[in-house]
Design a protein around this ligand. Structure first.
Ligand code: ADP
Length: 324
């Protein structure tokens, strides 16, 4: 194994840089040349890359985003697009590829791997945590902390004005961020795509929990079946008998920021492991975490099964409801 290529792909996530650092340092320590393609699969198709040296990864463990850049690329979805990428990998003499990204990136990695003989290792990096086969993805912990910090601030103003706030968090297809941050921020209720939402029941629930018209938070995943947060607000308002309601969309702030210690550690361990796996001759596997332990599973399995948040946590939120 002489040269390993590395990409960050799809949505960026805090901790990707910590992972890049770990892959680069592990490669250099083992006499392997690490190269980073810029902007995910786009750089691979357009042959834009950096030969990475120690200095490139100094002081990046604490930085959000990704120094390699990331992108979404439709050409890579075609066999012709991937053929260009494979040609570039071959000309450069790449012996292994590490792909840090979400499930879309893994579908790309899977397709690429079936069309070439270069081994591929996938590392789950997405704030959404919506990847089967791992209990944590790189970036999820940081995103949750960002949400909790923002909701704490919203609660200050909500309490002062005796308002109920709907707070929309990221999660187009999955309620991981919403469900766990609802617990961590002491929310009155949570709406997630995995559960049918009933706005009438939500109104009754909020009124009964909030008799003194103080403050309540409802966390709403952006992909909830009742609509976007504005739509939910408009449906809820007429049912709230004069309670004051506001909504807030946290948006892209959830993607950025310094990675948490948890994400740095997870990213670093996965990065080191990816190089070890390539040296052991492994291919087509994704690294997952199960508590403190890392394991592997076929990328195929990871992309073909849906990841589910812990729905029993809905009961945890219900159990804490009080009639005030
Ligand atoms: P994420 O990795 O965060 O889920 P995307 O779904 O946007 O992000 O995927 C990132 C990139 O992976 C896409 O822009 C595309 O280039 C590639 N990709 C996604 N799905 C496929 C697929 N089925 N076949 C080939 N490439 C894909």
């Amino acid at each position: 194994m002489k040269k390993i290529a590395l990409i960050t792909s799809g949505g960026d996530a805090p901790g990707m840089n910590a992972c890049v650092r770990a892959v680069v340092k592990t490669c250099l320590g083992k006499g392997i040349v690490p190269i980073g393609y810029c902007d995910g699969y786009s750089g691979m198709i357009e042959n834009r890359f950096i030969s990475l040296v120690s200095d490139d990864v100094v002081n990046i463990i604490q930085r959000g985003g990704t120094i390699l850049g990331t992108a979404r690329n439709d050409e890579f979805r075609t066999e012709d697009g991937r053929a260009k990428a494979i040609k570039n990998l071959k000309v450069e003499g790449i012996n292994g590829l590490v792909c840090i990204g979400g499930d879309g990136s893994f579908r790309g990695a899977r397709a690429l791997s079936s069309e070439m003989d270069i081994p591929v290792i996938a590392i789950p990096g997405t704030i959404d945590n919506d990847i089967f086969g791992t209990d944590r993805t790189i970036g999820f912990d940081t995103a949750m902390n960002t949400v909790v910090d923002a909701v704490d601030k919203i609660k200050d103003t909500a309490g002062s004005h005796h308002r109920i706030f709907l707070v929309e968090v990221m999660g187009r297809d999955a309620g991981f961020i919403a469900l766990e941050t609802a617990i961590a921020s002491g929310a009155a209720s949570v709406l997630i795509p995995e559960e049918r939402s009933n706005i009438k029941l939500l109104a009754e629930d909020l009124k009964s929990q909030n008799k003194r018209r103080s403050n309540s938070i409802v966390i709403v995943a952006e992909g909830d079946d009742a609509g976007g947060v504005k739509e939910i607000y408009e449906k809820l308002l007429p049912l709230m008998d004069g309670y004051t309601l506001r909504y807030s969309i946290l948006g892209h702030v959830q993607r950025g920021g310094r990675p948490s210690a948890f994400d740095r550690i997870l990213a670093t361990r996965m990065g080191v492991f990816s190089v070890e796996l390539l040296l052991e001759g492994k291919s087509d596997v994704m690294i997952g975490s199960n508590g403190d332990a890392l394991h592997t599973l076929p990328i195929e399995d990871a992309v073909n099964a849906a990841a589910m948040p812990r729905l029993e946590n809905l009961q945890v939120i219900k159990a804490l409801k009080t009639v005030r």
